[in-house]
Design a protein around this ligand. Structure first.
Ligand code: SDX
Length: 424
């Protein structure tokens, strides 16, 4: 017997179907609410509203669970590679050796971008934020591949666009960094794997030999895995809604990059480091800053704390925090900002405000500390997040297109002026 939700409005009872997902999550299906009751729902920030049924990622915010296509994030972070996780998210299954090698080979041979794009970099101010550069460069890719304009093209053409995005994003990202330094760009080398190539393009220069440090390569690969998808977060929802208009995949991903930039979302990893340095420069009085974060009259928030879904520890934060110790020991790095982060976490997690509101460290709280230890500049932290999140955005977009979902167009309740005559 199908479960329904009963709604009583103005003395009339309505029954609405209930949907249950594979992990027991339940939703009231309001697809026909307006046509049957004349009412809509309203839910600012969509805190209680599901936008889709998805098979890509499962989160349980109360239990701190995160799984990509059913695989626990802890196992993938420990045993997989970023490219294998990208394949898993996009195609739904782990590739196996042969498919993985074909996939990695294709990505490796599409890392170059059209030479004409180099002049775009020259047009930016040298201090341009790399997220602004990356978002526009990703959209600009669509102008070099006119056949990519139609997202419903045969699967082969869509697969090529997916490969190009995965292959070229690290190149575009590294080149924006080199451009900001006024240094010559470094071309990708096919002898390197995904993360080695990124570090090569970021830190190599024509005047000296450079070989990516395997410790740094492993740390980057794990961080990219941890950022790869997170169901219907702000930027993934942006990619879906832009893609739902049948805009091409490049422009949908570009919109995702822009949404991620915000300090309440992916931009938090940069904001965390800037916050920790501010606290350090202010004498390290942690309680003062925790009290500021609690003060409703003070706009200051503790960046890297709190989450829309996790009301328990973000499992990714737990993994990254542990990686800090391993990495710092291997690299022989000692960063006072890590000490401040740890002390701040300890003070906040004992504070009733944070306990009552279930505010725990999220993925952004420790990730910037690792990027710093690897020599990645603060302004590139959110670019690192975008590199990691790319396969997630692609998988969400692909699922939306393949399911033939309608264009996203929410309703509203009008609260403005009633009709009035023009007397100008
Ligand atoms: C990411 O959605 C995702 O999955 C995102 C992400 C992903 O992988 O895609 O996980 C990545 O974006 C992580 C979040 C990074 N952002 C930050 O670290 C910025 C700081 N955090 C907050 O701004 C906030 O916690 C959000 C934006 C993350 C979540 O905001 P919500 O869900 O809208 O919750 P809210 O703002 O309504 O907060 C609930 C209460 C409020 O107090 P009241 O109005 O109820 O009294 O908690 C307070 C907030 O003021 N609060 C904080 C706080 N976060 C929430 N107070 C102080 N410091 C904070 N960090």
């Amino acid at each position: 017997m199908s479960v329904t939700a009963k709604l009583s409005l103005n003395g009339t009872d309505f029954e609405l179907p209930v949907f249950e997902g594979s992990e027991g999550e339940k939703a009231i299906d309001i697809t026909k609410l307006r046509s049957t009751t004349g009412y809509i729902t309203i839910d600012s920030g969509y805190k209680n509203t599901g936008s889709t049924k998805s098979a890509v990622t499962f989160l349980d915010g109360e239990k701190g669970i995160l799984r990509y296509r059913g695989y626990p994030i802890e196992q993938l972070a420990e045993k997989s590679t970023f490219l294998e996780v990208a394949y898993l998210l996009i195609n739904g299954e782990l590739p196996g050796k042969v498919k993985y090698e074909n996939f990695a080979e294709k990505v490796c041979h599409h890392t170059l971008v059209h030479e004409d794009m180099k002049q775009f970099y020259e047009a930016y101010p040298s201090k341009a934020h790399p997220m602004g550069v990356l978002a526009s460069m990703v959209c600009a890719l669509s102008t070099f591949y006119p056949l990519s304009q139609n997202p419903n093209r045969p699967p082969k053409a869509v697969d090529m666009t997916i490969i190009r995005l995965l292959a070229k994003l690290p190149t575009l990202a590294a080149w924006s960094y080199k451009n900001s330094l006024g240094h010559p760009i470094m071309y990708p080398k096919n002898k390197y794997n995904y993360c080695e190539n990124f570090l090569h393009m970021m830190f190599a220069n024509p005047t000296e030999e450079y070989e990516p440090d395997p410790v740094a390569v492993d740390a980057i690969d794990k961080l990219l895995i941890l950022h790869a998808d997170h169901e219907q977060n702000c930027s993934a929802s942006t990619v879906r809604i832009v893609g739902s208009s049948q805009a091409n995949l490049y422009s949908s991903i570009s919109a995702g990059v822009i949404a991620l930039w915000g300090p309440l979302h992916g931009g938090a990893n940069q904001a965390v480091i800037e916050m920790l340095e501010k606290i350090r420069n202010d004498g390290g009085n942690l309680q003062k800053w925790v009290d500021k974060a609690k003060d409703k009259d003070d706009p200051f928030r503790l960046f890297g704390f709190g989450h829309r879904v996790y009301k328990n520890f973000d499992p990714r934060a737990r993994i990254i925090k542990k990686s800090c110790d391993d990495l710092f020991e291997k690299l022989g790095v000692d960063d006072p900002v890590l000490d401040i982060a740890r002390q701040l976490e300890e003070v906040a997690l004992k504070d009733d405000y944070f306990i009552e509101k279930k505010l725990y460290p999220n993925v952004d709280f420790y990730s910037g500390i690792i990027y710093r230890a690897l020599g990645i500049p603060t302004e590139m932290f959110t670019v690192m997040f975008a590199l990691g999140r790319l396969p997630g955005w692609i998988s969400q977009w692909k699922e939306m297109i393949e399911n033939g979902e309608p264009i996203g167009r929410p309703r509203q309740i009008y609260v403005g002026e009633k009709v009035r005559d023009y007397t100008g």
